[in-house]
Design a protein around this ligand. Sequence first.
Ligand code: HEC
Length: 90
Amino acid sequence: MKRSLFAILLIIFTCSTFISINGCFVSKTAASKSGAQLWAENCNRCHNAPPPGEFSNANWDIVGTHMQIRANISKTDMTKITDFLKSANR
Ligand code: HEC
């Protein structure tokens, strides 16, 4: 009886340590993702992701607003994505 209780506690302890150290079951928050990462994860969900350099900076802003609405992406994330896409034009 005592032994099984110990085993359960050990499992709980191991699991919580595992989660806090590895972040294994906790997904990375969107805030910590780079523009390139957000682009790779979002922009090929519905069509092939357009690569950086495909549009001028002014047109990336228009595409960004358009796709922000289409894909329901936050303004913060969309700014990161368009900054990444514009980086090839510098
Ligand atoms: C929810 C689906 C969806 C996602 C996610 C999505 N798109 Fe689109 N995209 C579309 C559709 C649908 C069109 C065709 C135009 C339309 O009907 O709005 C399109 C068209 C485009 C075009 C053509 C030019 C234009 O503005 O119409 C570009 C460039 C584009 N998307 C870029 C992106 C980028 C960059 C991302 C990532 C931030 C993205 N898309 C994510 C659905 C999506």
